[in-house]
Write a protein that binds this ligand. Structure first.
Ligand code: PBG
Length: 327
């Protein structure tokens, strides 16, 4: 039975019909807003390549978080930018480091808001790589197993400060296991790990590196982040992270990797996140600011596509605007 009996346009003829048969829904609870926290007071420093986003001191971060809670946004993910960077990323696991202080302040002033922390070293190392680089190694080959110890300490310090979820984004092998063991040993058996399981070496992180002041001083991240050409390997990364104890997994970036999100959704029975990264945000903003795209429609279409591909939740710099659009 085909045309003229079948007419798919019948169910598209009014918004009330379209709404009834819509397969994918967006809700504020599915959005996580990334925030950049810096030392100081009263600071709100706009990130030029990410219009509307800013590095904020803890007092302003708390205000931003209050707004997120009021809007019903799913949560925030924190990235700390320390006053001083060094070769051993000591600011990352300092119990009084910038991220730890922000977490404590948010927990105290905005109870009930879900706090995730990004667990990585690139914002804290003087060279901008995600871990320990042996002296004299100019190829930027991060030493995997030494870095695991830093990551574990960092995760424990975030959870001690009050983080609800830790999200390792470094792409070292074995980091989920190292973090799980350290959290359990410290008595935090109930704190979930959201693993950036399939994280690609992507050009779309460009603006983030301005935001987090974390551009590598030499080399690039291709010896630890994934090759954009590989899909099967992403499934291995995810399977291994789950074996090591990840509670949730993430694919990053999102829009250029919708096939990976779909494969992960079909293959693994765990909550799945996707990160609509800085470059995805900035290219939409840039086109909209030029009058080339309709910002609000593009935001909703991009987020709907990521959800339709299979993501349960989305880390997105559009979290607040998208919430306003659907509420
Ligand atoms: C830290 C980290 C990065 C992003 C999230 N965590 C940067 C990178 O790996 O270079 C990128 C997020 C974005 O682009 O919005 N390793």
């Amino acid at each position: 039975m085909a045309f003229p009996i079948q007419r798919l346009r019948r169910l598209r003829s009014s918004e009330s019909l379209r709404r009834l048969v819509r397969e994918t829904q967006l809700a504020p609870s599915q959005f996580i807003l990334p925030l950049f926290v810096v030392p100081g007071q009263g600071i709100r420093k706009e990130i030029l390549s990410m219009p509307g986003n800013a590095q904020m001191s803890v007092d302003n971060i708390v205000r931003e978080c209050e707004e997120c809670r009021k809007l019903g946004i799913g949560g925030v993910i924190l990235f700390g930018i320390p006053a001083h960077k060094d070769e051993t990323a000591s600011g990352a696991y300092d119990p009084d480091g910038i991220t730890q202080r922000a977490v404590r302040a948010i927990k105290k002033n905005v109870p009930g808001l879900l706090i995730m922390t990004d667990v990585c070293n690139c914002e804290y190392t003087s060279h901008g790589h995600c871990g320990w680089i042996k002296e004299g190694d100019v190829n930027g080959q991060v030493d995997n197993d030494t870095t695991l110890g830093w990551l574990a300490k960092t995760a424990v310090s975030h959870v001690c400060a009050g983080a609800d979820i830790v999200a390792p984004s470094d792409m070292m092998d074995g980091r989920v296991q190292a973090i799980r063991q350290a959290l359990d040993a410290a008595g935090h058996t109930n704190t979930p790990i959201l693993s950036y399981a399939a994280k690609y070496a992507s050009a779309f992180y460009g603006p983030f590196r301005e935001a987090a002041e974390s551009a590598p001083q030499f080399g690039d991240r291709r010896s630890y982040q994934m090759d954009p050409a590989n899909g099967r390997e992403a499934m291995r990364e995810i399977a291994l992270d789950l074996e090591e104890g990840a509670d949730m997994i993430m694919v990053k970036p999102a829009m250029a990797y919708l096939d990976i999100i779909r494969q992960a959704r079909d293959r693994f029975e765990v909550p799945l996140g996707a990160y609509q990264v800085s470059g995805e945000f900035s290219m939409i903003m840039a086109a909209a600011n030029n009058g080339w795209l309709d910002l609000d429609r593009t935001i909703l279409e991009s987020l709907t596509s990521i959800r339709r591909a299979g993501a349960d939740f989305v880390l997105t710099y559009f979290a607040k605007r998208a919430t306003a659009l659907i509420s």
